[in-house]
Design a protein around this ligand. Structure first.
Ligand code: DAH
Length: 335
């Protein structure tokens, strides 16, 4: 014969199997297993039985109780898994953009400055160079000292450096040129070295038609035996021809940079016959080679650095360099 609690346990198992939510499970649990529940009541009545019957009745009671506990656990597992799935379904955001059939889809493209950078890399890779990179936040050692610009040197002032409030004052900065990548490469590689290093550079400049406080440069470095100024001039000539085609000419003018000796600036010819200054170059200063553990008696090098944004301005005949950072798609889509 079935005891009352056994019937109740069978009913409870059924209710749990069809429970619609976790609250319903908790209700059944309280009713069956709680302090004033069916099982607690049944257990109390065990005391009224003859000691001889008590053990068998206790086992029956426990078996029924365990069945209910297992059903509660199963119902919880079922509902919390499906509850989560329901919640995810309800919270789902459909981000698919459905365009009307009449919309003309326009394919995007790289920013003109990125295009110029890619082309530059291609031209130099074609000449046997590899591409190197360095961090945008630099220490005074890489940005200045190793480049033969000690802290008393007036050239430091000409860089309008943006310092970062880290460590000692004027010790950490946003790199003001890509030249520190020369140092990082020479520290880590043995010559011969032929690298270009494009990347972002920063100066405390107010933006105007020809300046941006965050701009892009490309650095070049060649270190080998018997390198001369003639190799540098030939390389720049070759690069200008490859980048612009036949019409654009280049020239070198004597100049000064602490990290090269001799130093020069190089210009390219504009269609109207005037010259546009593109960047600086020169023969790597012996101190710079020594700073990187390279013997200047055995190895020589040339280096150059110029502005990529300026090159893109020149190539596309743009009046105002700030157009590059206004993010106006009407402007950018022309290139
Ligand atoms: N770092 C210089 C600047 O930003 C440009 C430069 C000049 C780079 C001469 C060079 C170099 O590698 O040899 O003004």
């Amino acid at each position: 014969m079935m005891e009352g609690y056994e019937q109740a346990a069978a009913d409870a198992a059924e209710r749990l199997a069809s429970a619609a939510d976790l609250d319903a499970v908790a209700d059944v649990e309280r009713e069956m297993l709680g302090r004033r529940s069916t099982f607690t009541e049944a257990k109390r009545r065990l005391g009224d039985l003859d000691p001889g019957e008590r053990a068998a009745a206790g086992r029956r009671l426990n078996a029924a109780r365990e069945r209910v506990e297992a059903s509660v656990a199963a119902a919880r597992a079922r509902l919390s898994a499906s509850g989560r799935a329901d919640r995810y379904a309800a919270e789902r955001l459909d981000l698919t953009e459905r365009l009307p059939r009449t919309t003309v889809l326009r394919r995007g493209h790289f920013h003109p400055v990125t295009q110029a950078r890619d082309r530059l890399e291609d031209v130099f890779v074609g000449m046997g160079y590899t591409v190197a990179e360095g961090p945008e936040v630099e220490s005074a050692w890489y940005n200045f000292e190793a480049l033969n610009i000690p802290d008393w040197h007036p050239a430091r002032g000409s860089f309008d450096t943006i310092f970062v409030n880290l460590g000692e004052s004027e010790e950490v900065m946003l790199r003001s040129h890509t030249s520190p990548v020369q140092i990082r490469v020479m520290e880590n590689r043995k010559p011969p070295i032929y690298i270009v290093a494009p990347g972002r550079t920063f100066r405390a400049d107010t933006a105007d038609a020809t300046h941006l406080p965050a701009f892009n440069q490309i650095e070049g470095l060649a270190v080998d035996r018997n390198i001369t100024m003639g190799d540098l001039a030939g390389t720049i000539d070759e690069f200008v021809r490859a980048f612009f085609g036949g019409e654009v000419k280049s020239r070198l003018r004597p100049s000064y940079f602490p990290f090269t000796e001799p130093s020069a600036e190089f210009d390219i010819s504009r269609p109207d016959g005037s010259w546009l200054e593109l960047g600086g170059c020169g023969m790597v200063h012996p101190n710079v080679l020594s700073n990187c553990g390279i013997d200047p008696e055995e190895w020589q090098g040339f280096a150059f650095g110029f502005g990529i944004d300026r090159l893109a301005v020149m190539r596309h005949e743009i009046d105002d360099i700030r157009e590059f950072v206004n993010n106006d798609v009407r402007f950018l889509s022309q290139f």
